[in-house]
Design a protein around this ligand. Structure first.
Ligand SMILES: N[C@@H](CCC(=O)N[C@@H](CSS)C(=O)NCC(=O)O)C(=O)O
Length: 240
């Protein structure tokens, strides 16, 4: 039997317009796959890749209700009716499966641990693949940064606690994969972020000041993205 280390098919995919990463993870023994943070504009690309790799999508996972792009999960479910959508239980959006702290999502012989990491939004969830020392942090932690906290239930204090207790407390060698990058990075580690994260290496008080003064413009597509993502990116009322 293959060791768990060799069980994973892994692809990091990118949507240039919104600088969003989508992750494909699949179990080589069973060919069951998950997509983390699929983007509506990229669904055809993702379906083609799933077909080419011969894997079966069992979960379309959203780390949170995104504000900058529309999720591809609803459209993927229409194309692949066995696929279930997954969202953190405190997200306020629609999904087939709601996950909470410490719950596990199995795909084939691999397992993701769900860690609740609110602060960017209430429902933000980080998914940890312990077998491969990888964590998918959504917008809670970005390489050398973090998600903004100025809309959707954002709270710098909550985000600081979440990231330190649920992400930067993982073993130092764990690789961290964000939902976005705006500076040319693709991956980091717990060790690197503990040393070099420009916001989260500060005290909580300093972090709150930094976050309260980011003055970022709102995402260009926020008005269409938020309502669409609350219903899984589709306007068909029976889809979730
Ligand atoms: N320019 C982009 C939006 C950029 C942005 O606000 N990104 C968010 C994550 S998506 S809601 C964020 O948290 N950024 C943190 C940061 O420090 O940049 C667009 O118009 O879509």
């Amino acid at each position: 039997m293959a060791s768990v280390r060799n069980l994973l098919v892994f692809r990091q995919l990118f949507h240039k317009e919104t600088s969003t990463y989508t992750y494909l993870l699949a179990c080589k023994q069973t060919m069951k796959a998950v997509l983390i943070d699929p983007v509506l504009d990229c669904v055809e690309r993702d379906l083609k890749l799933l077909r080419e790799l011969g894997v079966q999508l069992v979960y379309g996972i959203n780390t949170h209700v995104h504000a900058d792009h529309i999720t591809g999960t609803g459209k993927l479910k229409q194309a692949l009716p066995d696929c279930k959508s997954v969202l953190g239980s405190k997200s306020g959006g629609r999904a087939d499966i709601f996950v909470d702290q410490s719950e596990r999502l199995k795909f084939g012989n691999l397992m993701l641990e769900c860690r609740s990491t609110p602060g960017h939004t209430n429902g933000c969830t980080t998914f940890v693949l312990h077998d491969r020392a990888m964590a998918f942090t959504g917008d809670a932690l970005l390489v050398r940064g973090c998600g903004r906290t100025d809309f959707q239930q954002g709270s710098p204090s909550t985000l600081y606690e979440s990231v330190h207790s649920q992400i930067l407390s993982l073993p130092k060698h764990y690789k961290l994969y964000p939902a976005h990058d705006y500076k040319g990075f693709s991956v980091t580690t717990v060790e690197e972020e503990l040393a070099h994260n420009t916001r989260l290496t500060k005290s909580k008080e300093e972090f709150i000041k930094i976050m309260d003064n980011l003055n970022l413009p709102y995402p260009k597509r926020i008005d269409e993205s938020l309502p669409a993502n609350l219903i899984c990116g589709v306007t068909d009322p029976v889809s979730s």
